[in-house]
Write a protein that binds this ligand. Structure first.
Ligand code: FAD
Length: 348
């Protein structure tokens, strides 16, 4: 929405966090991370943090959102939010934004967020900075400073949205940190309802198809075993799957492996894939180009296996193992077996 003058600008207040709900109607962990970021911004600019929750069921979500930093929760609970209809959610959010006029609106760059938030920015005729890695407030102008990698991660760009409101940004899950929940925190809840106008010009969902691999929860995995071009084919990834299962972890991949069709896209880690923060990241035959590193560099302990010890991944690893992964990984599985780790339910 275009700003006409300073008086108009002053009518936009507060920071909104779109709190995504999981299909089970729990709050997505990315919403807590966004609330942590929003809280810090609000403390600088002296405004409120609002969490906006569109949910299919009445839940305890609003209390949780307050504990993690929201002052106000704007909630619509309606069974017609069952499933995910980005057009419906977009219509509702557009109506709410026009009514309450937030100054800043933050969303998570999840699969749903990536479908919904650009559509909303288009409808509101305002700017959107996707995949921010840093957010701050300009102390002089009060504008949101939105920082994100540009040109393949080689430079960091800081972007402002001048002349339009709300200032919109998305952040990938696991980039920001959630605050510790404060069980004494009090907030207010504003309840809205769906209106007939929300259903104008929306598609009907006939069937929902789950894509292979879309259930991979790399974001929550504590251990990730990740493979690159060196895996040579889908059979190589079956070997990684065996190791990951033994360690109770998930399988990740470089873009080279995904582009070759050896493993599905939801496993991809990096600039155009997922950002992960596992305790342990085992990189198998991944050279560690910057586009991959930006997605996994915040992991705790990084173990790299490569025949070439000069690669960026081997150089940055906490433990670098030089050698052929097709010798080393079966040995690791054998040793885990001997130690009785991860036995049961699958072949070795
Ligand atoms: C705009 C853009 C976005 C991108 N986004 C992403 C992204 O999100 N994620 C991503 O991963 N990449 C991304 N890329 C691609 C990225 O630049 C690299 O091309 C890619 O990460 C390389 O994948 P790799 O490390 O598996 O392959 P390579 O660079 O080919 O590395 C293979 C490694 O395997 C080692 N090796 C070979 N055989 C063995 C063996 N038997 N045992 C042990 N080691 C062995 C080699 O020594 C080498 O180090 C992007 C690129 C661009 C331009």
């Amino acid at each position: 929405m275009k700003l006409h003058d300073e008086k108009d600008r002053m009518r936009y207040q507060n920071i909104w966090v779109l709190a995504e709900m999981t299909p089970e109607c729990g709050v997505h962990s990315a919403a807590f991370e966004l609330l942590g970021a929003a809280r810090k911004l609000a403390d600088v600019s002296g405004c409120e943090v609002w969490a906006v929750s569109l949910t299919a069921k009445h839940t305890q979500a609003s209390q949780e959102l307050v504990r993690y930093g929201a002052d106000t929760v704007l909630e619509i609970a309606d069974e017609r939010f069952e499933g995910f209809n980005d057009e419906l959610e977009c219509n509702v959010l557009e109506r709410l934004v026009r009514k309450y006029r937030p100054d800043i609106l933050l969303g998570a760059a999840t699969v749903r967020g990536r479908a919904l938030i650009p559509r909303l920015a288009g409808k509101l005729h305002t700017g959107l900075t996707a995949d921010c890695t840093g957010l701050d407030i300009d102390h002089e102008t009060g504008e949101l400073l939105q920082t994100r990698p540009a040109f393949g991660g080689n430079i960091m760009a800081t972007i402002r949205c001048r002349g339009f409101r709300p200032q919109m940004a998305t952040v990938r899950p696991k980039v920001m940190k959630a605050l510790r929940p404060d069980f004494e925190r009090k907030g207010r809840v504003i309840t809205e309802t769906l209106t007939a106008e929300d259903f104008s010009k929306i598609k009907q969902i006939v069937e929902t198809v789950t894509e292979d691999g879309s259930t991979v929860s790399l974001g929550d995995a504590r251990v990730i075993v990740s493979g690159g071009r060196a895996m040579k084919g889908p059979e190589g990834f079956m070997l990684l799957e065996r190791l990951a299962k033994k360690l109770g972890g998930a399988v990740g991949a470089s873009r080279a492996a995904v582009d070759n069709g050896w493993i599905a896209y939801p496993h991809q880690i990096g600039q155009t894939g997922q950002t992960v923060q596992a305790d342990v990241y085992i990189s198998c035959g991944i050279s560690g180009q910057i586009q991959h590193l930006v997605g996994m560099q915040s992991c705790g302990t990084i173990i790299a296996i490569d025949t070439d010890d000069t690669t960026p991944m081997m150089q940055m690893a906490d433990i670098a193992v030089k050698g052929d992964l097709f010798d080393i990984i079966p040995e690791m599985i054998k040793e885990l077996d001997k130690a009785g780790i991860g036995r049961g339910g699958y072949e070795t």
